[in-house]
Design a protein around this ligand. Structure first.
Ligand code: ZN
Length: 409
């Protein structure tokens, strides 16, 4: 602390000519944001009067701004309902469907895909192509992704909709600001800059804004569309195992956005070699391919093949899934001890295997998390469905539209 406790107040910033007009403009944009948020975050369709009450803006201001959002096709009006008191019937306001869409893209170890979601949350177009991408060539794979993404964009635009942007989910360490993948061990990719490689364009030839993010983190955000507490740990069980930490409905990213690499938490230092180069990582016990092989299936088999064996009481499948569940539980108990979280969401393959791994994980967490007797940890299956990172990515694009509606109306 400086020795003096008083400071000289800074001179008031000089307002350049046109400052008042610029402030007016900024204020209008801020109010438009408030009104959009009031419609998009409402639990039931609000009327203009409800929006005025929620935002503290006048009815006249709200009406003008709502008209802009309706004309820009971000907000739609439902048929009027009779007012409870005397007066004009109220017009409920809802997010507009099939107008602006967000594009979720993903390259994972055994599939790649593109999904377009509209502001209502409906899937309006999707392509998913399965097949092993282990040790693949980034240029070739991104070229294939470009083809299916371009098909989805064309389909969306043929339906009279606009694509607001895209998020690409990748299974590895992503430098979000530099839009660069540092490493994805299971793909065998390192130092890849996918955005120029994709070079996605809308129908009129303009470049589509594409951001890059980690797959498990986007999948975690997809859960927010459902009934989930505002803070939770999401674990994505695929060939790799990743996690997303959500605090108050926002991702906690760590210093560089590289947290959540739970697949490389050590289970047994003397264990098998991992794709990352270390030994005994969680992925070598609870990764999807390890579980499939342990059950006597080819590592390219779909997860429901192992579910069929589990249902039939197959000993090898039961033992492998139990072993994987215990390793996962131990890693998660460590996490609970470190950060104090009371909800764990099991996604990806673990959602399908939940009936067999859920109670195993819960049991180990109960044994090993010091706080468990005082605050039980809820271990639940993910609700967002398959390829959740596609949904999470598309939702992130749409969230940025609602946060900055002036750019879209
Ligand atoms: Zn590893």
């Amino acid at each position: 602390m400086p020795a003096t406790s008083t400071t000289t107040p800074a001179a008031a910033p000089r307002v350049p000519d046109g400052g008042a007009a610029s402030r007016q403009h900024t204020l209008r944009e801020r109010n438009l944001r408030l009104v959009a948020a009031a419609v998009f975050e409402a639990t039931a369709p609000p009327s203009r009067a409800d929006v005025a009450a929620a935002t503290g803006l006048t009815r006249a201001t709200v009406s003008t701004l709502v008209d802009r959002l309706v004309a820009g096709r971000l907000v739609a009006e439902l048929p009027p309902v009779a007012a409870q008191r005397a007066g004009r019937p109220a017009v409920p306001l809802v997010p507009a469907g099939r107008s602006v869409v967000g594009l979720g893209l993903e390259v994972n170890v055994d599939y790649l895909g593109a999904r377009a979601l509209d502001l209502v949350g409906d899937v309006v177009a999707e392509r998913v192509v399965t097949g092993s991408l282990h040790d693949s060539d980034p240029r070739e794979v991104l070229g294939r992704l470009r083809t299916i993404a371009t098909e989805v964009i064309a389909e969306v635009e043929a339906g009279g909709m606009r694509v607001a942007g895209a998020r690409l989910a990748l299974p590895g360490l992503v430098d979000v600001r530099g839009a660069r993948l540092e490493v994805a061990p299971n793909l065998g990719w390192s130092s890849v800059e996918p955005v120029p490689e994709l070079d996605l364009r809308t129908g009129d030839g303009s470049a589509l804004d594409v951001e890059v993010a980690n797959e498990a983190k986007l999948a975690a955000l997809a859960e927010l569309a459902g009934d989930v507490p505002s803070s939770f740990l999401y674990v994505s069980g695929d060939v790799g195992v990743g996690a997303g930490i959500v605090v108050d409905r926002h991702l906690f990213l760590g210093e560089r956005g590289w947290n959540g690499e739970i697949g490389h938490v050590v289970v047994d230092p003397a264990g098998p070699r991992c794709s990352c180069g270390a030994t005994g990582c969680l992925e070598q016990y609870a990764g999807k391919e390890v579980l499939l092989r342990g059950a006597g299936l080819p590592s390219s088999a779909p997860v429901h093949a192992i579910v069929d064996l589990l249902r039939a009481g197959d000993d090898a499948a039961l033992a492998t899934v139990r072993r994987g569940g215990r390793a996962l539980g131990a890693a998660l108990a460590t996490f609970v001890n470190l950060v104090d979280v009371s909800t764990i969401v099991l996604g990806g393959a673990y959602a399908e295997l939940y009936g067999w791994v859920g109670h195993v994980v819960e049991g180990v967490v109960e044994e090993r998390a010091l706080a468990a007797p005082f605050a039980p940890v809820d271990v639940r299956p993910a609700a967002a469905g398959p390829h959740a990172a596609l949904a999470g990515g598309a939702r992130e694009v749409l969230r940025s539209v609602v946060a900055d509606p002036a750019s879209w109306v």
